[in-house]
Design a protein around this ligand. Structure first.
Ligand code: CS2
Length: 489
């Protein structure tokens, strides 16, 4: 039996399975979400499902995949129902989410996406399109006017490909129809994600119509938000286990941890769900939360991913079980990241992160986190390094992690097993890691990628020499011994 509305109706109450207790047919399309991946389905959609369950039917989600048809193909035959499996050492809880009402595939029918966004009932367009989906330069956060999707969307504004193209065209349609703009809610791991999105939308709109840009500037809303939940890719084993527990086949359940956090700046252009009643935090200022999360969680996640993968570990829990790596990551947070942050409770946050990494049920692949380093490292590690350098404070572990990335980019681990580098800049990065065996030359080649390092870091002698020394040590002794040497200093 396949998961569906009728299957749900015939399923008895199960322990450990929560199902929608509301009339799905009554939902109206209040949110259009761009980027219908596992993260959205395990995070914001769960909060929205909770808000709907409290009686507000305005918040059905129209999910949009900007590239592939696979999510739509999996979910449409099951009435857009799907399961969130929450797992840890204690066990597993299933939550069947009913908030998604339609799944669209943008390249097949951009008009349908624009129509949903321009619908008077739509108040919010949210996004999880990953860092590279913003078509910006990661070091400066400026719009890349030479990005192929941006070039395309400027030439064909009525059949866009990029998230920015869809947002600007839909806002133009709303303005033409005398409607208010929707709120644009970025849920990606970018610093000041709302402000960054606003800058990019305005830059793109100004290239099409300056009056439109002025209207968006005046009436639009782009709240910042901090999102946090670990969501590994779903495997065939996960599908089989969920089917057995649920008593119905779900073609694409999503896996996650018990922890979930969403901090949202309360600045909306129109209505919004009462997410604060179901666990989200609505506040006046989000940047300090975002910075702490990006630097503490994502910064150490990426460090673990590169260093752990080079050693030969497959998952986060395997890597953090290595005492040398765990101590290194803990000390990196305590001594080098926390002093750059202004939030209270950082030692407790650190302990909580290490405990989340140890979750043995998630099997979160290091290679999943390792992808797109060029888009991630500026906000995860390089900003922290800049702050430490400016304060004249040590940042050896942070630099060591960057050296670990460079070693990772060679494309094989210390046992000689190869893996592909998934990154929009993969070619130039792999070339930098392999063009020479001399660490000084490798570092120079990597730092030439100004999109990542900007113009300042490549000219900073302390940064360059620390990176070079650590790469030399990793190349000569291996990651584990190089960490021991560093910590013995
Ligand atoms: C991870 C994040 O894949 C990655 O780059 O660091 O997806 C991380 O799991 C989430 O941001 C946790 O909130």
């Amino acid at each position: 039996m396949r998961l569906s509305n009728s299957a749900l109706a015939s399923m008895g109450a199960h322990q450990n399975v929560i199902t929608p207790q509301y009339e799905r047919q009554q939902l109206s399309p209040g949110i259009v979400h761009l980027g219908l991946g596992a993260f959205h389905r395990a995070h914001a959609a769960v909060y929205t499902d909770g808000a709907i369950a409290r009686g507000d039917q305005r918040w059905g989600i129209v999910g949009v995949s900007l590239r592939q048809a696979d999510t739509r193909d999996a979910l449409t035959p099951q009435d857009n129902l799907y399961t969130v499996a929450v797992r840890d050492a204690e066990g597993e809880q299933l939550h069947v989410v009913g908030a998604l009402i339609t799944s669209l595939v943008a390249p097949e029918n951009p008009q349908a996406v624009l129509a949903a966004m321009a619908d008077a009932r739509c108040h919010i367009v949210s996004l999880t399109v990953t860092e590279k989906g913003y078509c910006h330069d990661p070091a400066t956060r400026a719009l890349r006017v030479d990005h192929p999707d941006i070039v395309h969307d400027l030439a064909h504004p009525d059949a866009p490909r990029s998230a920015l193209g869809f947002i600007v065209r839909a806002l133009a349609l709303r303005r033409g129809a005398g409607l208010a703009p929707f709120t644009v809610l970025s849920c990606d791991n970018l610093p000041s994600n709302g402000l960054t999105t606003r800058g990019l939308v305005l830059a793109f709109a100004a290239m099409i119509d300056s009056e439109l840009a002025g209207w968006i500037d005046q009436q639009g809303a782009f709240p910042n938000s901090m999102v946090d939940r670990i969501v590994p890719n779903t495997t065939e084993d996960d599908r089989a286990r969920v089917a057995a527990m649920l008593g119905a086949d779900d073609a694409w359940p999503v896996m996650t941890e018990p922890f979930s956090q969403w901090v949202i700046e309360d600045r909306f252009a129109g209505a919004r769900p009462c997410w604060e009643e179901v666990g989200a935090t609505l506040v006046a200022e989000v940047e300090s939360y975002e910075n702490a999360k990006l630097r503490m969680l994502n910064g150490t996640h990426s460090s673990l991913a590169y260093l752990g993968a080079v050693i030969g570990y497959a998952t986060v829990d395997e890597a953090i079980a290595d005492a040398g790596l765990a101590n290194f990551i803990g000390a990196m947070m305590r001594d080098e990241i926390e002093p750059t942050l202004s939030r209270p409770g950082l030692p407790e946050y650190r302990a909580e992160l290490l405990a989340r990494y140890r979750n043995p049920a998630l099997k979160h692949k290091l290679q999943q986190i390792a992808m797109d380093g060029s888009q991630k490292l500026p906000q995860r590690l390089l900003g922290t390094i800049r702050d430490r350098l400016a304060a004249g404070a040590p940042c050896d572990r942070l630099c060591f992690a960057i050296a670990g990335w460079l070693r990772y980019l060679a494309g094989s681990d210390e046992a000689g097993n190869t893996y592909p580098i998934a990154d929009p800049l993969a070619e130039v990065l792999h070339a930098a890691a392999t063009s020479s065996t001399d660490p000084t030359a490798q570092v120079a080649a990597l730092l030439a990628v100004r999109d990542v390092f900007g113009d300042d870091l490549p000219g900073n002698p302390q940064f360059v020499s620390s990176l070079t020394q650590h790469l030399a040590s990793i190349s000569k002794y291996g990651v584990a011994a190089a960490i021991s040497a560093l910590e013995a200093k």
